[in-house]
Design a protein around this ligand. Sequence first.
Ligand code: SAM
Length: 282
Amino acid sequence: MKRNKSFDKSTPLLYLVATPIGNLGEMSKRALDTLNEMDLIAAEDTRNTFMLLSQYGIKKELFSLREHNETTASKHIIGLIKQGKKVAYVSDAGYPGISDPGYLLVKEAIQNDIAVSTISGSSAFINALVASGLPTDHFYFYGFLSKKGNEARQALEALKDREETLIFYESPHHIKETILLMSDIFQDREAVIARELTKLNEEYIRGSLLELKDLDFSTLKGEMVILIHGLEKSNDDISDEVIIKRLQFCISKGATKKAAIEIVCDELKLHKNRVYKLAQNL
Ligand code: SAM
């Protein structure tokens, strides 16, 4: 067991600083103050980070830590922190470690008894989930699917029975193939494409996957998140009698037939078709 107090002055500390996923107004004062205090900033792409820091008049030595050099760069950075240097890591956008480098650096820090602390910001999947209209109580973040069709299909098949909201990252180059594949596997499941989050052209496209597959994909520019409703288990073993009694009760309390159907479907987790048919004769 290891216990690390993040802000205990005697323990060396690695900062992970979240950066905006689009709108620069989301760079927090705490993030800027932290970056300003550093001796060195490690970055996924030093050119991008240089431009970001320039917007705020911050000039710091930058060091590259990206997917291809993550292991060696992590060891180097941890060495610097052990020598007493103040170092923060930023990825290109959002949180380091979330479909971005960062995990190996954190692991290396922990192994070397260096405390790790995150400076909050936005993450594309959290923004997308919160406004999606899909259940937020439980969710499963997958990130990017494999670019190889058969691997992506296998991964999606394995997620088919999960009840949590499923979340994926995707680029505009691949969105068409991915939505076609998803619609083949998940059929008419409710889904959402959230794109250009926090930017001027932010857009949420909500519908069933069978509807989304007919989109004009040339209109889907920019970065995007795909969310799919989890599997809804239906209580098919509930008897017709119980359902009819519940419908009658709702109607006797003043609900319209349509509202009663919705209430009963929701309460008893039933397929709409079945309840609708039973309500016909009431
Ligand atoms: N670290 C980032 C985070 O915390 O969200 C994710 C980085 S990952 C390399 C980039 C992917 O995140 C994009 O392909 C897209 O799926 C998603 N993404 C990033 N910014 C976004 C935005 N403004 N709107 C929608 N999706 C975005």
